[in-house]
Design a protein around this ligand. Structure first.
Ligand code: DGP
Length: 114
């Protein structure tokens, strides 16, 4: 999609440092980190969210990206949280599927922020 910021980042139109890249996804650090490690895993193809006809191969690449990034940043051992905000009420602000990967500090137990 021409006006989508994550399409531009994932396809190299906006130069970014990738922690992981394969033919279907990239991973890069969040602009506004909420934890010492805060990485976004983003498909190269545009899907609005997790339930927008995402091919199984893309989901598999996202899983590989999470495994690689958490290993590389040292949080595979200590633990991490994956979040996919879906829709405005859930706090999704960029309408291109992305998974937040957070770790590097205690994250608290709650699933739903107050
Ligand atoms: P969400 O609220 O789930 O849609 O999260 C969107 C995240 O994307 C938010 O944490 C900030 C991040 N973000 C937005 N624009 C950019 C950008 O241009 N570069 C990077 N690295 N992150 C961005």
């Amino acid at each position: 999609m021409s006006d989508c910021i994550f399409c531009k980042i994932a396809n190299g139109e906006i130069p970014s440092e990738f922690l992981y890249e394969d033919e279907r996804v990239v991973a890069f650090r969040d602009l506004n980190p909420q934890a010492p490690v805060h990485v976004l895993v983003v498909p190269k193809d545009h899907h609005e969210n997790f339930v927008d006809d995402v091919p199984a191969e893309t989901l598999a690449s996202m899983e590989r990206a999470v495994a690689a990034v958490t290993r590389e940043t040292g949080i595979a051992e200590t633990g991490f949280r994956c979040i996919m905000n879906t829709g405005a009420a859930a706090g999704q602000t960029v309408m291109h599927l992305h998974m937040h990967v957070l770790g590097g500090a205690p994250l608290g137990e709650g699933l739903i922020p107050s």
